[in-house]
Write a protein that binds this ligand. Structure first.
Ligand SMILES: Nc1nc2c(c(=O)[nH]1)N=C([C@H](O)[C@H](O)COP(=O)(O)OP(=O)(O)OP(=O)(O)O)CN2
Ligand SMILES: [Zn+2]
Length: 152
């Protein structure tokens, strides 16, 4: 269950407000969904695809990472945005300015937006998942108009 803890230096006048908020949180059974965005530039080509995407071309991919949790820590966070950004940037760096078809596992599976989403989901799950916070969705924007979301 969520609880909002008072800061150590909080005035006692806050207590009834915190009490009311905590009752609302407990009743709602809601979840916090945090997101951070990273990007990378790379080249790819799609094998077996009939169309211009079969030819070598590039994108500026934008990756939105969502982490979901119910419980807050003593500071009032599910997980620090900084930790999410650090992990997402490290994963994106692996792909940045690469020819994706030469990078594992995209040397064996087409580097589609769908496969890239699953790749980030697995990589970031390894880095970020903890009992109270789990990577819940990855959205991959291939350009301003086309995106895919992989949701657990
Ligand atoms: N479901 C998917 N469809 C397509 C993917 C994909 O990863 N998943 N990828 C491509 C190509 O990578 C292509 O480069 C992007 O296609 P598109 O979004 O259509 O971009 P265009 O610039 O070619 O858009 P037009 O509006 O057709 O000019 C294709 N499909
Ligand atoms: Zn493409």
């Amino acid at each position: 269950m969520n609880t909002i803890a008072p800061q150590a230096d909080a005035s006692s006048a806050l207590e009834p407000i915190l009490d009311r908020l905590n009752k609302q949180l407990a009743a709602s059974n809601g979840q916090f969904c945090l997101s951070v965005t990273v990007d990378f530039a790379a080249a790819h080509q799609l094998h077996g695809y009939e169309g211009n995407c079969a030819r070598l071309h590039g994108h500026n991919w934008k990756i939105i990472v969502e982490v979901t949790g119910q419980k807050l820590d003593d500071v009032g966070m599910v997980i620090d945005f900084k930790a999410m950004k650090k992990a997402a940037r490290a994963a994106a760096k692996t792909l940045d300015h690469q020819f994706l078809n030469q990078i594992e596992p995209f040397d064996r599976i087409n580097p589609t937006a769908e496969h890239i989403a699953v790749w980030f989901f697995v990589e970031l799950g390894r880095m970020l998942n903890q009992p109270n916070a789990r990577v819940s969705a990855i959205t991959v924007w291939e350009n301003d108009y086309s995106a895919v979301t992989y949701r657990a």
